[in-house]
Design a binder for this molecule. Structure first.
Ligand code: GCU
Length: 411
């Protein structure tokens, strides 16, 4: 599958990795970061500020007015396998917009369970046919290539769409491995359709739209994952110190930024996050900044638009976002046919983040060249590229659960 172009790109990236890629360990004042303390006190805050200002935008932090309402607790859900908990998170207080967090906790758990938390594309009710899941009242897409949304009417969910996206969420498999699963719907959080910033949580924070470092949609999704973690911290059935944040595609971009910026997440699982997620822009392969900011102008802060056409000369790049997860484990997965996401560029980004993992005493990605398809490599950083298209498949989950066993079980 390595075309001539891709083989050429390997050379290009080793050159970039050696010199042209911005060094995660080089501080703005030109000094080299040599200790964990310098990383933590100086360089990490610098990078967080850089990516906040130039790319993902500012967020409101934890709102003082936020409320959590547990509106459902069913101890014998899924035929007795799980306890289902549903929590309405209202960041603006009791009368404000709600983000419904759906949680399944394995009933076989002996104590507080580790969890996997991720946003979903088409509503909590679309991840499983369980009739007890509250149907979202938020806007829902009517057509997509990943799920059968034929039952969506006038952009509203109906009973017919229960389980429409179940193939990407192997709930029983996750539970049987001892993990809780928590999920929330992207449109409960922020509008991913026009008019942007008009529904979900954005109307609560108008001041954050004023500057060019505005509260973006991916920024809001990442922020919402932290708010979901706030809710999980209050739930005794969950071990909130062992929560992995997961996401696919645009929601993988959000999961990576959430894990990078909120150190309470114990692990990050990035499934085909691609451009603005785990892939390097510097290679100039796959989806570029011009397309990202034109087709999805709401995803990133307005500042990011000025880099359109400047991908290969960007003063920062996504390996630095990955490095912000260090020393916590991060798994980056791609698919061979997902050319936008540039699988090899995701691998190169993971490799370029390694120096930070090593500095902080964690293992990097233990392989020197791009692994063949369907071969998982798991160190402190995990990686695979699998055959097939842009999707979340059982192969992907099998690796994530093994990676979680390796790192979270021992915590
Ligand atoms: C588009 C976009 C990608 C994104 C994907 C998705 O294909 O170009 O950047 O990851 O949508 O979220 O499904």
């Amino acid at each position: 599958m390595k075309s001539t172009i891709l083989s050429f790109a390997v050379v290009a990236i080793s050159t970039a990795a050696a010199g042209d890629l911005p060094d995660p360990l080089l501080a703005i004042d030109g000094s080299k970061v040599r200790t964990a303390v310098e990383w933590r006190e100086k360089r990490r805050p610098e990078l967080l500020e850089l990516f906040t200002r130039e790319m993902y935008g500012r967020n409101p932090g934890r709102p003082g007015a936020m409320t959590f309402e547990v509106f459902d607790r069913e101890p014998s859900a899924l035929g007795g396998k799980a306890t289902r908990i549903q929590i309405a998170i209202r960041p603006g207080g009791a009368d404000g917009p709600r983000m419904d967090l759906l949680v399944y906790v394995p009933n076989q758990a002996k104590g507080p369970a580790p969890a996997i938390l991720g946003l979903n594309f088409w509503g909590n009710h679309a991840i499983h046919k369980d009739p007890g899941i509250r149907l979202t009242e938020s806007w829902v897409e009517e057509r997509t290539s990943y799920a059968d949304l034929a039952g969506v009417e006038k952009n509203r969910a109906t009973e017919a769409t229960r389980g429409a996206n179940a193939s990407q969420w192997p709930v029983e498999e996750i539970l049987s491995r001892g993990y809780a699963l928590a999920t929330m719907y992207r449109e409960d959080v922020a509008a991913d359709h026009e008019p942007h910033f008009a529904s979900g949580v954005h109307p609560l924070f108008p001041d954050l739209q004023e500057g060019d470092d505005n509260f973006s949609t991916i920024g809001a999704w990442a922020w919402s994952l932290s708010r979901a973690l706030d809710a999980l911290e209050e739930e005794p059935a969950i071990d909130s110190k062992r929560v992995a944040v997961f996401g696919f595609s645009r929601l993988g971009k959000a999961a990576l930024w959430a894990g990078a910026s909120d150190e309470r997440f114990a692990m990050v699982l990035s499934n085909e996050s691609g451009a603005g997620g785990a892939k390097l822009f510097h290679r100039g392969i796959g989806e570029d900044i011009a397309r990202l900011t034109k087709v999805f102008p709401h995803w990133f802060a307005r500042n990011f638009r000025k880099y359109a056409g400047r991908d290969t000369a960007l003063p920062f790049d996504q390996h630095q976002v990955i490095s912000l997860v260090a020393p916590r484990p991060v798994y980056i997965a791609s698919a061979v046919e997902d050319t936008y996401a540039d699988a090899e560029g995701e691998f190169a980004a993971a490799k370029a983040a390694e120096p930070v993992f090593r500095l902080l005493g964690a293992e990097g990605l233990p392989c020197d060249s791009w692994p063949a398809p369907n071969k998982t490599v798991q160190g402190g950083i995990g990686y695979h590229v699998r055959d097939g298209k842009h999707d979340v498949l059982p192969y992907d989950w099998a690796q994530y659960l093994d990676f979680a066993d390796k790192h979270l079980k021992s915590l």
